[in-house]
Design a protein around this ligand. Structure first.
Ligand code: INI
Length: 152
């Protein structure tokens, strides 16, 4: 289904024990759907606040059909939790609308480390995997919509 699609994966190192699982989950999903390693551009950034900057830079290249953002913001870790959460989410939306590129958001925002563990492959699935699946579905959908347009 996803052969020939190209993806950017932007992953933050902050809380790396969580984000590395999200990144692996995203890659597992893409490989499962037929994406090859050569069609995945992997970029690491320090923290969730830097994710939108790297997503923007990738979008500017025009290389990717979709970009998956992977990070973990845990309330217990930071007094500026709300700043990191809000700025990373609004930064992603801004890039998405400015460049018309699909951006799937797998930046976890949790109150506790346990919740983050659950969402990165334990009890509550792997949000990286899920976001990559969503990205593929949206690329496929947009291709179909564009194809309808050509029929008019
Ligand atoms: N970055 C995260 O990705 N997760 C966090 O939980 C976090 N906390 O706790 O502060 C965090 N902070 C760093 C931030 O993303 C930036 O890297 C930093 O502020 C420099 O711009």
């Amino acid at each position: 289904m996803a052969q020939g699609m190209r993806f950017g994966l932007v992953c933050s190192r902050f809380n790396e024990f969580i984000t590395s699982s999200l990144l692996q989950g995203a890659k597992d999903a893409l490989f499962r759907l037929g994406v090859t390693e050569q069609d995945i551009l992997e970029v690491m950034v320090p923290g969730a606040l830097e994710i939108p900057q790297a997503v923007r830079a990738l979008a500017q290249t025009g290389y990717c059909d979709a970009i998956v953002a992977l990070g973990a913001v845990i309330r217990g870790d930071t007094a500026h939790f709300d700043v990191v959460v809000n700025q990373s989410a609004s930064g992603l939306s801004a890039v998405e609308s400015e460049y018309s590129v699909i951006v799937a958001n797998a930046i976890l925002t949790t109150d506790t480390i346990e919740q983050a563990i659950d969402r990165s492959g334990a009890k509550a699935g792997n949000k990286g995997y899920e976001a990559a699946m969503v990205a593929v579905e949206m690329v496929d959908l947009f291709r179909k919509i564009r194809a309808y347009g050509k029929l008019d």
